[in-house]
Design a binder for this molecule. Structure first.
Ligand code: B12
Length: 221
């Protein structure tokens, strides 16, 4: 177990990942979409990992998404997808099972869901908390990281979820162009956010549902 932990830590550092953690899948309380539910039992550990976006690029998004951010977003997704793919192959070479997921692919368009919720996986893996902005907030990097997940049966030491939250910080509420962010995080307006992001995509000819304004102002703790 300890040698697997060390191997994983070294692997993630070598691949240039900024954050990583291990979650106990028994704590994953959301549904998996497009894969058999038995996956949760077959893969008891979730490896959550992330790349922090450039402050320079995110700084340009204060008035909304642009093509510079679009490129950066796509490169981060590409790198996260490659790491998931290669990490899974390395785990399989060691004789264990692994399942890589896409960083940002919709499976259920109607309900806007991917195969697995990377934010929830990151939360149970001790990387941060779900903030008022509905994003995974890391204590050092705020919401500026993008994430991916690999599930495995390779024995690992699971981390504990962080006992932290946004506290008095409300920086994201007033900047959201959709007014989707509320004081109580459970009142986040998913549909309002989605509609605004669709408008931005069409108006700015981006071809992708991106925004980033709530990321730009989120500093963590
Ligand atoms: C679909 C999706 C979106 C959709 C819808 C988001 C939503 N569910 O509300 C849209 C296009 C609006 C979107 C917007 C953004 N996203 Co997005 N998105 C995803 C994606 C691909 C899947 C999310 C998912 O499956 N969630 C699972 C469900 C169960 O989550 P939930 O929030 O608890 O579920 C609610 C919704 O499903 C909602 N719902 C039900 N029916 C419907 C119908 C509609 C039309 C909508 C909109 C919602 C909705 O009700 C559920 C309960 O409240 C993930 C990648 C992933 N696989 O995790 C990235 C991801 C969540 N997105 C991310 C980001 C950064 C963004 C944006 C900033 C855009 C950008 N990149 O510039 C904004 C931020 C919006 C915000 N503040 O929440 C990051 C978050 C990183 C972080 N630090 O937290 C992720 C994890 C991608 C990644 N690889 O890092 N996203």
């Amino acid at each position: 177990m300890e040698s697997n932990d060390t191997w994983l830590k070294d692997y993630c550092e070598r691949e240039g990942l900024d954050v990583f953690g291990v979650g106990n899948m028994a704590r994953y309380d959301k549904e998996l979409v497009g894969v058999d539910d038995s996956v949760k039992d077959r893969f008891p550990f979730a490896i959550s990992f992330g790349l922090v976006l450039s402050k320079g690029v995110i700084g340009t998004v204060e008035d909304g998404p642009n093509v510079l951010y679009l490129h950066h977003y796509r490169q981060a997704n590409y790198r996260l997808d490659m790491v998931a793919y290669l990490l899974s192959k390395e785990i399989e070479k060691k004789g264990y099972q692994a399942m890589p997921f896409p960083a940002s692919q919709l499976v259920d368009w109607r309900n806007q869901k991917g195969h697995i919720c990377h934010k929830r996986v990151g939360e149970i893996s001790g990387l941060g908390w779900i903030g008022r902005n509905n994003l995974l907030v890391h204590p050092l990097f705020g919401a500026r990281a993008r994430y991916n997940t690999v599930l495995t049966d390779m024995p690992l030491t699971a981390h504990e979820p962080l006992q932290a939250g946004c506290g008095d910080c409300r920086a994201c509420i007033s900047v959201c162009p959709a007014g989707a962010i509320k004081d109580d995080r459970s009142e986040f307006d998913h549909i309002g956010c989605f509609n605004m992001i669709t408008q931005l995509k069409n108006k700015r000819n981006l071809g992708h549902h991106i925004c980033g304004i709530c990321i730009a102002v989120c500093q963590g703790q």
